[in-house]
Design a protein around this ligand. Structure first.
Ligand SMILES: Nc1ccn([C@@H]2O[C@H](COP(=O)(O)OP(=O)(O)OP(=O)(O)O)[C@@H](O)[C@H]2O)c(=O)n1
Ligand SMILES: C[C@](O)(CO)[C@H](O)COP(=O)(O)O
Length: 387
C-alpha cells in the first residue's frame, strides 16, 4: 500500500502573495487541486495526508471538497515550523499498513501520476528513491567572500525534486536517527543518506519545478496548459412600437399596462437588446439571423426562451456571460418595482449572480417618439469570457 504526504504548510514568502501559494489559481484548479488531480491517477495510492498550516484547515478542506473525483478522502494534519517538522507530522499520520511513503511538495503541481508510480516502485526496490534531473548549469562551490572553492563535475550532479519515496520502515528509522543526531536536511532522502544508506535516483523532467517565486507561475501555466480567459464585449439595441392591448413583457416580467411593445415574438425589447449584445460579443450574427421575424415558429415566442438558445450558442462557441448592463428607455410604464424580478430572471438563464447583472430604466423626458409613448427602446452591453 502506498501513502503520500502532501506538504502544504509553508508560508510561501518567496512567492510574495498574501495567502499560502497552495491556494493560487492556475486555470480551473488551485495549486493544491492540481496536485490532488495528478495523484488521483496513481494506481496503487490508497492514502493521502495533507500537511496544512495551523488555521488553514477549513480553507484546505473546502478546496478538497470541491473535487468530486478523488478515489480517497485526504486526511489533514497540522505541520510544523520547518519542512522537516511537517514531514514528521505527516509520517506520524500514515497508516502502519503503508509499506511505501511518498513525500511531495505541494509547491510542485506539475508532477504527473507516472512519476509518483516510478518513485514508489524504486523505493520498494531500493529502500529510498527521489525524482531528479541532471543539472543544466555549471555548479560552483563558493566561499562566504564570494570566491570560488571549486567547480563541481557537472556530469555527476542532479537537481532533486519531489516525490521522494521510502519504505515506511526506512523513513521512520531515518527520522529517528536525524532526531538523535540533530541532523536537518533541505530534502527528505538526505535523512537516509545521513544514515549512510543508499538513495536511488529516478529520472524526472524539467517541468516538475517548484513554484517558489512569481516567475515560476508563468512556467506553471505553460506546463499545465492554462490559457488566460479571453474577455469580449458586445453591444445591443432594439426599438418596438407600443400597441394598445398588447401584453407588456420586459425582462421576462409581465407588467400591468394598457399597452405593450408590438412585434412578431413577445417583443421583449430588453431581452432583444441583451441577446444582440451577447451574440455580438461572441462574434455571432444578430437575433434576426437566428430568429427571423418572418418565421412562423417564432410568432408569439417567449424572448426568455430565445435567450436560453442564445446562451446555448455562446456555450457552443466556448463563451459564458461575465456581466451585463441593460438600459430601457420608456416614458411608461414604471419599471422600478419590477427591476429585481427582471434581474432574477436574467441571472437564472445566464447562470451568473445578480451582482453581475444591471437593469436600469430612464424616461425620454417626453421628447420625440419615445416621449409621446409611441414606443420604447433598450440598449445593452455584455461581457463574455472564454470557458
Ligand atoms: N514548515 C513547512 C515549510 C514548507 N512546507 C511545504 O514544503 C513545500 C516546499 O517548500 P517551499 O517551496 O519552501 O514553500 P514555502 O515554505 O511555502 O515557501 P517560502 O520558503 O518561500 O516561504 C511547500 O509545498 C510547503 O508548503 C511545509 O509543509 N511546512
Ligand atoms: C525538497 C526539495 O523540493 C528538493 O528540491 C527542496 O529541497 C525543498 O526546499 P524548500 O526550501 O523547502 O523549498
Amino acid at each position: 500500500m502506498i501513502s503520500c504526504i502532501l506538504l502544504a504548510a509553508g508560508a510561501g514568502k518567496r512567492m510574495q502573495c498574501e495567502a499560502n501559494k497552495i491556494f493560487l489559481r492556475l486555470g480551473k484548479y488551485s495549486v493544491l487541486q492540481w496536485n490532488l488531480q495528478h495523484m488521483a491517477d496513481v494506481p496503487d495510492l490508497s492514502e493521502v495526508i495533507i500537511v496544512v498550516a495551523d488555521g488553514e484547515e477549513e480553507a484546505i478542506q473546502n478546496e478538497v471538497a470541491s473535487l468530486t473525483n478523488l478515489p480517497w478522502q485526504p486526511r489533514l494534519v497540522i505541520g510544523g515550523a520547518e519542512r522537516q517538522d511537517s514531514v514528521l507530522a505527516g509520517t506520524k499520520a500514515t497508516s502502519e499498513t503503508a509499506d511505501i511513503v511518498l513525500v511531495h511538495d505541494g509547491a510542485r503541481p506539475m508532477a504527473r501520476a507516472a512519476l509518483f508510480t516510478a518513485v514508489a516502485e524504486a523505493a520498494q526496490q531500493h529502500g529510498a528513491a527521489v525524482a531528479a534531473v541532471p543539472v543544466v548549469d555549471t555548479i560552483k562551490q563558493v566561499r562566504d567572500d564570494q570566491t570560488v572553492v571549486q567547480t563541481l563535475r557537472r556530469s555527476e550532479l542532479y537537481a532533486v525534486q519531489t516525490p521522494q519515496g521510502f519504505r515506511r520502515s526506512w523513513l521512520l528509522e531515518a527520522q529517528e536517527y536525524a532526531k538523535k543526531t540533530q541532523f536537518v536536511g533541505t530534502d527528505d532522502v538526505s535523512l537516509v543518506e545521513h544514515q549512510g544508506k543508499p538513495v536511488y535516483i529516478v529520472n524526472s523532467d524539467y517541468t516538475n519545478c517548484k513554484l517558489t517565486t512569481p516567475a515560476d507561475i508563468v512556467k506553471a501555466k505553460q506546463y499545465l496548459g492554462v490559457t488566460e480567459p479571453m474577455m469580449r464585449v458586445g453591444f445591443g439595441y432594439d426599438v418596438h412600437r407600443f400597441k394598445t392591448g398588447r401584453p407588456c413583457i420586459l425582462g421576462g416580467v409581465q407588467i400591468e399596462s394598457e399597452f405593450g411593445p408590438d412585434g412578431h415574438s413577445d417583443a421583449d425589447v430588453l431581452i432583444h437588446a441583451l441577446m444582440d449584445a451577447l451574440l455580438g460579443a461572441a462574434g455571432l450574427p444578430d437575433i434576426g439571423y437566428w430568429f427571423p421575424p418572418e418565421d412562423e415558429a417564432f410568432k408569439g415566442a417567449s424572448s426568455m426562451e430565445l435567450l436560453k438558445q442564445v446562451v446555448k450558442l455562446l456555450h457552443e462557441k466556448g463563451f459564458k456571460a461575465y456581466n451585463v448592463d441593460v438600459m430601457v428607455i420608456a416614458e411608461a410604464p414604471k419599471l422600478k418595482p419590477h427591476i429585481n424580478a427582471m434581474k432574477a430572471n436574467l441571472a437564472g438563464v445566464l447562470g451568473i449572480g445578480e451582482e453581475f447583472i444591471s437593469v436600469k430604466a430612464t424616461t425620454h423626458e417626453k421628447l420625440g417618439a419615445f416621449g409621446r409613448l409611441e414606443g420604447l427602446a433598450a440598449q445593452a452591453v455584455a461581457t463574455l469570457y472564454s470557458l
